[in-house]
Design a protein around this ligand. Structure first.
Ligand code: ADP
Ligand code: GLC
Length: 496
């Protein structure tokens, strides 16, 4: 099968969160798999991304495909040109293509609040189709990810419908986070070159007066997926649907939840290149070296009886750190240390910075993005905290489980699908979870974890359970293959 991933992030080229990890790893597993009738052949996989300023072209040997020159794309009444660059996904034979449009993508960050944010990704989505045309390569499935790619199935069915190349091309649209919907003013319909007939009178492009790229993706794609089974259910409710629940209801028979996998060549304590000492489930003794080194770097004193709680996160309302604010003094009375790595909303950044200043012997905070430190904290901490209000999948709790770092999470989305609360199920528990979105419930979960930490035998068993789970892509990639087949089938029967 021919599968094209279109996305706004892909590790190691560009990553702001879990989407980057997924797009940098799922294609690898898909490209190792085979499809076809009797003569099984390996899947043919390509990835298309924007060429942001921050992408290191020299390091990754990303070169211009001069033969295609400057390609013009209409954005409203403007003609914007882009060029195609290419490289391989490191350590694979997977071709990656980049849309190079300095005017739009040479900004400080991949995502902006600039007034032309809509145009930046309209260009990208048209570029995906233009690149496929230049390559004369018709995928069986374009696997689109989040709102930045939601218009691709719309374009295939409108502006580019004339092109027979795509007659058999279907779209699988993955929702990684329903909280980010790509909503713009109605003027964007013109910028996209689409028809206002599809916008006015509650048309498929419109949501509460705005042009919503994600809604379009949900309505125009053959199949929709999201990144855990629980989240697939949750987003059809008003509490979690972020206003999109009724749209999802329309497509309820075509929505599937597939839990993300992890790249076990990158996030694996046995071979992790970033951590001070490697270890595995059979012999976890080196984890103490990781803890000692982490504490040394964080300028905190090591004490085998005091657990280190790690936090690695984007700071956003979704992540639930505000639940900590009202109970922080009580928490600081407990025997624990806290090491925080993150950036995002100012309130959380200030809170954690202030906390480190107020409790310098217990807390260390690093505001910013730091991949190596993320590996250090994952390996060196005893516990990992993710009190998310909602969490589509969450990768950090899976990384933590695999590193014997016991997660403390709220029981929602992908966290609910991966973490089993020890006190609810002592035989299988691999972490601690709480249901209620309240500071008291969070406090109690941390307290429970700290108490169980005192019982070294039990703790080792909890760690072991997490380390033995196979979170690799093997299982989930098979589920995606099934969905790709469904998408192809729907397309051939013209079912949407
Ligand atoms: P989300 O995509 O909602 O941010 P995930 O748990 O799916 O949440 O993925 C977050 C990814 O980003 C993980 O790989 C995590 O290690 C990484 N990450 C988040 N914040 C930072 C940071 N400040 N520095 C380094 N890595 C980070
Ligand atoms: C989103 C979600 C996160 C998920 C990631 C990758 O950013 O917030 O839960 O793990 O996408 O799918």
């Amino acid at each position: 099968m021919k599968i094209c991933f279109a996305a706004s992030e892909c590790f190691p080229f560009v990553k702001t969160g879990g989407l980057g990890d997924v797009v940098g790893s799922l294609p690898k597993e898909i490209s190792r798999m085979k499809t076809g009738g009797k003569k099984k052949v390996k899947n043919d996989v390509k990835i298309i991304l924007p060429l942001y300023k921050g992408i290191k072209t020299l390091q990754y040997n990303i070169v211009c495909m001069e033969e295609f020159g400057d390609i013009p794309v209409a954005i409203g009444d403007k003609e914007i040109k882009f060029r195609i660059f290419t490289s391989k996904l490191p350590d694979t034979e997977i071709d990656v293509y980049f849309a190079d449009c300095p005017e739009y993508f040479h900004r400080d960050m991949p995502y902006t609040n600039d007034p032309d944010e809509d145009e930046r990704f309209i260009l990208f989505q048209k570029a995906v189709i233009e690149i496929l045309q230049r390559l004369k390569w018709a995928p069986d499935v374009i696997h689109c990810n989040d709102w930045q790619t939601g218009l691709i199935p719309v374009f295939l069915n409108t502006i580019y419908k004339w092109d027979k190349l795509f007659d058999n091309t279907s779209v699988l649209f993955s929702v990684h986070n329903i909280g980010y919907q790509g909503r713009f003013s109605e003027k964007s319909v013109f910028s996209a070159g689409l028809s206002y007939n599809d916008f006015y009178n509650c048309g498929p492009l419109e949501l509460n007066g705005s042009f919503c790229f994600m809604k379009a993706g949900i309505l125009y794609s053959e199949i929709i997926s999201t990144v855990s089974k629980t989240y697939a259910m949750e987003i059809r409710t008003p509490e979690y649907g972020a206003g999109m629940e009724s749209v999802l209801q329309i497509r309820k028979d075509d929505i599937y939840g597939v839990l993300n996998g992890i790249d076990t060549n990158i996030w694996n304590p046995k071979i992790d290149k970033f951590i001070p000492a490697n270890y595995n489930a059979k012999d976890t003794s080196n984890k103490i070296i990781c803890k000692k080194e982490l504490l040394r770097e964080a300028e905190l004193v090591y004490d085998e009886n005091v657990p280190v709680i790690g936090i690695i996160s984007r700071f956003a309302g979704q992540k639930g750190f505000e639940l900590l604010f009202p109970v922080i003094n009580e928490l600081m009375q407990l025997p624990l240390q806290l090491i925080v790595l993150g950036s995002g909303d100012e309130k959380s950044e200030k809170f954690f910075e202030q906390l480190a200043m107020s409790f310098p012997h217990k807390v260390n905070t690093y505001i910013g993005y730091n991949n190596k430190l993320a590996h250090y904290i994952t390996a060196g901490s005893d516990m990992f905290l993710m009190p998310s209000i909602y969490e589509p999948c969450g990768l950090n709790q899976m990384y933590s489980l695999n590193y014997g770092t016991v997660p403390i999470v709220r029981n929602t989305g992908g966290l609910a699908d991966t973490v089993i609360d020890f006190h609810k199920d002592e035989l299988n528990g691999n972490g601690f979870s709480f249901d209620e979105q309240s500071p008291a419930a969070l406090y109690t979960a941390i307290l429970r974890a700290v108490e169980v930490f005192g019982d070294k035998n039990t703790w080792e068993k909890i760690m072991q359970r997490g380390m033995k789970i196979d979170f690799s892509w093997k299982h989930s990639a098979k589920e995606y293959m099934e969905l790709y087949k469904k998408a192809v089938e729907k397309k051939s029967n013209n079912l949407i």
